[in-house]
Design a protein around this ligand. Structure first.
Ligand code: GLN
Length: 257
């Protein structure tokens, strides 16, 4: 009998410890929705995020799922326009933003960023017979450039080209719409991130990506400046996933060199 009491005590102690651990987890990770990590994204950015039937999948979705898992949270993805993501985080509608989002000083004024988990490159897509053969040609003036509204492609070409009177910038809600404008000769080129660029060029015969790069940048996770506790937990989880090779494995699954 004594033996059973001892076993029972051990079992009860284990249950108590587990319960304490679970409660502790909940209090440290205060999220927009209890028990849920809400990720804001724009699922028009393959292979980082895109629709596959009814679900949103891709590199960012998988990294966010692995982070949520580590934090004991369920992942929910909220799809929106790219330029609504930072506002959604600031207004408490989303916990994190993963959207192949480049770290910039301007964005840093509104959100905090994690460690970088990938490198992005702004490239130039042209038609095969285009007179634009390099970044320098683009700067030689007079061209019309298509970009996705509020992306770094938009920001940099606005500063470098439009503000200097060197080009006209046409802004589109989706990268795909900018590429369509190129196909139908409404713009002379599109400045956009390299990975979606590859997907667009593969889907549209007659388009090519120039060898010269516009600029290289870093992708990171955005989160609120008002919940540094969660931000820290997300960043720590991400760093662990980078260290143990999970992030590289996810990148390699979607990006074939
Ligand atoms: N990397 C670009 C940016 O952060 C584009 C991201 C996107 O279109 N999803 O502005």
């Amino acid at each position: 009998m004594k033996k059973y009491t001892r076993i029972l005590t051990v079992v009860l102690a284990a249950i108590l410890l587990l319960a304490l651990y679970a409660c502790g987890g909940k209090t440290t990770n205060k999220t927009v929705k209890p028990g849920v990590l809400t990720m804001a994204t724009n699922a028009e950015f393959p292979p980082y995020e895109f629709h596959e039937g009814d679900t949103i999948t891709g590199i960012d979705a998988e990294i966010a799922a692995a982070i949520a898992d580590k934090l004991g949270l369920k992942l929910e993805i909220s799809d929106m326009d790219f330029d609504s993501i930072i506002a959604a985080i600031q207004s408490g509608k989303a916990d994190v933003g993963l959207a192949g989002m480049t770290v910039t000083d301007e964005r840093k004024q509104n959100v905090d960023f994690s460690t970088s988990y990938a490198t992005g490159v702004q490239v130039i897509i042209v038609k095969e017979d285009s007179p634009i053969a390099s970044v320098d040609d683009l700067f030689s003036g007079g061209y019309t450039v298509g970009v996705q509204q509020s992306t770094t492609g938009d920001l940099y070409t606005t500063w470098d080209l439009e503000d200097e009177g060197l080009a006209t910038i046409n802004r589109y809600n989706k990268g795909a719409d900018a590429v369509q404008a190129l196909v139908t000769d409404k713009v002379d080129c599109v400045v956009i991130d390299n990975e979606p660029a590859k997907a667009y060029v593969a889907a549209n015969p007659g388009l090519v990506i120039l060898d010269t790069e516009y600029i290289e940048e870093q992708y990171a996770i955005a989160y609120s400046k008002n919940n540094t506790e969660l931000g820290k937990a997300v960043d720590t989880a991400l760093q662990e996933l980078i260290k143990d090779g999970t992030v590289q494995k996810i990148l390699d699954k979607y990006i074939k060199v």
